[in-house]
Design a protein around this ligand. Structure first.
Ligand SMILES: [Zn+2]
Length: 413
């Protein structure tokens, strides 16, 4: 049996008055998802462990069966994997935003929606002026880059810049975790030394970038300058067993996602990262290309994780109509052709369909509530669930599963 997970990021929702008290999954026209639920077995799943924020990286790691308290190292190491940087055992990897500082405050977390090309120019300049055996700047996408500190300590407090727009930036500089200032790990600097180095790099980057021609030209055109780095989300190389190591039926696998964090999780899980041209993570993403890529990957491997970001973005925008459209697109352009295709194969494929967390349009942010899921393969003995939605799946054969129970049950097929 081969295995395919189709994950619609943030697709679950709350009942909405404008939709007659229905959730979006209940309201949208989703014949293929409903077929999958009707012919398969369903349940609901808690994806966020106690004590964790409902982030996509947390939920997706849990869905793949990992214990977050053992493997979660923050965004930096995921970023590293997604851009193809193999972390060394003594590396500290941090997400390195290019942001705008103005009037002593954090104006934004994205440098005025910096493009990838401009981002690369600035990161290369920083590497040239500040790079060393210890400090390495690596280019990523748009405003999202990577900073490696060789021998850096992860026991520091950094600020996620998107959570603190408008706040004085000097008050948000890096600090060692209280009580651990001089904590000693083999081959590593102390948290205090790490924080001092990072703060030095922030100050120096601000001076360099503020006077860099590309930024002067942005300023002249009335655009915000990407005039400082902002490192956060630091961690070490995760100790994750690959899926191959854990499940004998998985000899190889692949991840398909437009989102760097998801690609990073896939990399540490031992999956090949497949990049699909035109996959944007937005409503106009290349659904057909991703669907074809998933089918092709499934022919060659045993396990495919297909992640579609669009409904989460629509949820964050609070755009009800757009989110409905992303759900219907997923149904029509992904679920339907995949069911049609794999039903004709000799080798059976078990398909799982689920969101990672709800991103309710009326809240515009993630919540840590259980999500509906369905397992399906051709000829499966179904339960009584007739439609794929939050309410119906709760009455499914699996009831309420938690975290790694999902993968455990899925891989029994
Ligand atoms: Zn998500």
């Amino acid at each position: 049996m081969k295995h395919l997970i189709i994950l619609g990021d943030g697709m679950a929702d709350h009942p909405v008055e404008r939709l007659g008290g229905k959730t979006l999954l209940q309201y949208a026209s989703t014949p293929a998802m409903d077929q999958l639920a009707r012919e398969g077995r369903c349940g609901i799943l808690t994806t966020i462990p106690e004590g964790f924020e409902p982030g996509s990286e947390v939920a997706n790691t849990a869905i793949l069966g990992y214990d977050l308290s053992q493997v979660y190292e923050g965004r930096g190491p995921l970023e590293a994997a997604s851009i193809g940087y193999e972390m060394e055992p003594d590396d500290l990897a941090l997400r390195c935003n290019l942001i705008t500082l103005e009037d002593r405050k954090i104006l934004n977390h994205h440098g005025g929606h910096l493009g990838t090309e401009d981002g690369h120019v600035l990161i290369h300049q920083l590497q040239e002026e500040l790079g060393s055996d210890v400090v390495k700047f690596l280019p990523g996408i748009q405003y999202r880059h990577l900073l490696i500190i060789k021998g850096g300590s992860k026991y520091i407090e950094c600020t996620a810049p998107h959570d603190h727009p408008g706040e004085p930036w000097r008050e948000r500089l890096v600090k060692p975790i209280e009580g651990m200032e001089d904590f000693h790990e083999d081959q590593r600097m102390t948290p205090r030394e790490t924080a001092d180095l990072l703060n030095y790099l922030i100050e120096r980057s601000h001076t360099i970038l503020e006077n860099y021609p590309l930024n002067l030209s942005r300023k002249a055109h009335g655009k915000p300058m990407a005039n400082s780095i902002w490192p956060w989300g630091g961690g070490y190389r995760p100790h994750m067993l690959t899926l191959e190591d854990q499940y004998p039926q998985v000899k190889s696998g692949a991840v398909i996602s437009a989102v760097d964090l998801i690609r990073g999780i896939g990399h540490y899980a031992g999956l090949d990262i497949i990049k699909v041209p035109g996959a944007t993570g937005l409503y106009n993403t290349n659904y057909d290309g991703k669907c074809r890529a998933a089918i092709e990957a499934l022919k060659k491997t045993d396990f495919v994780f297909l992640h579609i970001e669009a409904s989460d973005e629509a949820g964050h925008d609070g755009d009800l109509d757009l989110k409905l459209r992303t759900i219907e697109s997923l149904d029509q352009h992904i679920v339907e052709p995949i069911l049609w295709e794999v039903a004709r194969w000799d080798e059976p494929v078990c398909v799982a369909l689920l969101p990672d967390h709800p991103t309710p349009v009326e809240l515009r942010t993630h919540v840590a509530e259980p999500v509906p899921f369905a397992f399906w393969y051709k000829g499966m003995e179904p339960d009584s669930v007739q439609t794929f939605d939050e309410e119906a799946c709760a009455k499914g054969a699996y009831g309420h599963l938690y975290l790694s129970q999902f993968m455990y049950e899925f891989m029994k097929y």
